[in-house]
Design a protein. Structure first.
Length: 125
């Protein structure tokens, strides 16, 4: 009876087939859209609006009030995301500090010193 299979060979083959099928199933599930299998399908704008509400209190018109932090929302984010995730969210929703447009302002010294007085002073007289 050297040609007869061992009784456990069929069980081993079934187990192998099941494990291979499970791996293939989860690989395909993860490749679909390159996002977590149970993640919500949201746009970047929707994410930004959500995190703005978590980081800042809202004005009456629904815009974020950057001068009024939402302490409860920030604590929730910190507990849920950890410090690295919180820092990433904070960096992405904080107002950008940049160069402000030039304002047309009058030169405060203009008109206070007559130009002919400066010319006389420069010429020594």
């Amino acid at each position: 009876m050297p040609n007869s299979p061992h009784p456990y060979d069929g069980i081993a083959q079934d187990l192998f087939d099941w494990l291979t099928g499970e791996v293939d199933y989860y690989v395909e599930a993860l490749k679909g859209g390159h996002r977590a299998p149970f993640a919500a399908d949201t746009s970047e704008q929707q994410k930004r609006e959500y995190y703005l509400r978590q980081m800042f209190n809202q004005n009456n018109d629904g815009t974020p009030n950057y001068a009024s932090p939402n302490s409860q929302g920030r604590d929730t984010l910190l507990n849920r995301l950890g410090t690295a995730g919180y820092a990433q969210v904070a960096k992405s929703v904080m107002p950008k500090q940049g160069i402000r447009p030039e304002l047309e302002t009058a030169n405060p010294l203009a008109g206070t010193i007559p130009t002919d007085a400066v010319d006389q002073e420069m010429s020594g007289g």
